[in-house]
Write a protein of this length. Structure first.
Length: 339
């Protein structure tokens, strides 16, 4: 492990006004995305779509790094250049999703644990050779009747810490992603309670396994009302609850926190991030690691038609620009109207 390499990469990923593009959709998820625009999920179509995003002029002004799916890491762009090389040439850091997905947790109905530790050391060596400089592992925590259990939280925290330690051994920065889902009907107060418990357990395990905090990033959910809750917390309430929770649970040694959007609409995810940054100064950088909230408009504008590639790039550039402003606490809704 080279601590200086890890620290430098992590800091570059959360450089001022920059965030992470999550383009690591699994084969099943990217199929759903392409189905929504009546486009077949072939390798060529997946390549064309991701190439459109990565070749957007100026994307590097707002995007520091990109999480790739394994297929994309080893794929070449439409122009024939390997994707990691294309991104690195723009000053964008390539990364890789390494988990194998959430599977049912034995003895815990309705709960899951993320798998993928077997063989991870060997895979990380291959990924680094291919150009990956960071990785991502997502744990999924569901709020429901009597859940999450401490057993589920502990199992996922343990796996996240083992993954992070293996990454750092390979000089790969781990993005640690414990996602408390927003799919339930829980209040924002319940989300804050669960998120606090999850983060406390995750950082206890990271410490126990000797993970270098300065050489990792955290990718958490925002503290938010469940989708089915009759009372939806407003932008400011979400920002205050999220920052309060993070201040209580996340050591200041962590260089950055890059939020997932978790099903929020594009502009709401941006507004939440902006409102949090307006509460500064904060001990860590607060930025974004959005997938759908950066890509949805671009996907619709492209529609699977080559003639619309530039329209897709323009839509992606707009969302990237808005989130850059939010990461600096300089976003306003007027930016959406201007588009």
């Amino acid at each position: 492990m080279n601590p200086e390499v890890l620290k430098a990469t992590a800091q570059a990923m959360v450089a001022d006004g920059k965030g992470v593009l999550a383009a690591d959709e699994s084969t099943g998820t990217i199929k759903k995305r392409l189905d929504s625009i009546n486009t077949e999920s072939t390798e060529d179509n997946r390549r064309t779509y991701r190439d459109m995003l990565f070749t957007t002029p100026g994307m590097e002004d707002a995007i520091s790094s990109v999480i790739l799916f394994e297929e994309t890491l080893f794929q070449s762009s439409v122009g024939g250049k390997p994707f990691p090389e294309l991104l690195s040439g723009k000053g964008v850091i390539p990364g890789i999703k390494v988990d194998k997905g959430a599977k049912p947790l034995a003895g815990a109905p309705g709960e899951t644990v993320t798998e993928g530790l077997d063989g991870l050391r060997e895979r990380l060596a291959e990924y680094r050779k291919a150009g990956a400089r960071f990785a991502k592992w997502r744990a999924v925590i569901t709020i429901g009747d009597g859940i999450p259990s401490d057993y589920c939280i502990g199992a996922n925290a343990h796996a996240l810490a083992r993954y992070a330690a293996l990454c750092q051994e390979a000089d790969i920065v781990p993005i640690v992603e414990p996602e408390v889902l927003m799919d339930g009907d829980n209040t924002i107060e319940r989300c804050e309670e669960v998120t606090t418990n999850v983060l406390n357990q995750v950082f206890a395990r990271l410490s126990h396994q000797g993970v270098l905090l300065e050489g990792m990033l955290l990718k958490p959910n925002m503290v938010i009302s469940g989708k089915g809750c009759s009372v939806q917390a407003d932008i400011q309430t979400v920002a205050e609850a999220t920052v309060r929770t993070l201040k209580r649970c996340v050591p200041g040694a962590v260089p950055g926190i890059v939020f997932l959007s978790g099903g929020q609409s594009d502009d709401v995810a941006t507004a939440h991030l902006d409102a949090m940054n307006k509460l500064g100064p904060l001990p860590w950088k607060l930025s974004f690691s959005y997938g759908r909230a950066l890509q949805a408009a671009a996907l619709q504008a492209w529609g699977g038609v080559d003639a619309n590639l530039d329209a897709g790039r323009a839509a992606f550039a707009h969302r990237a620009k808005c989130n850059k402003a939010a990461a600096l606490g300089q976003y306003s809704a007027d930016m959406e109207q201007a588009a």
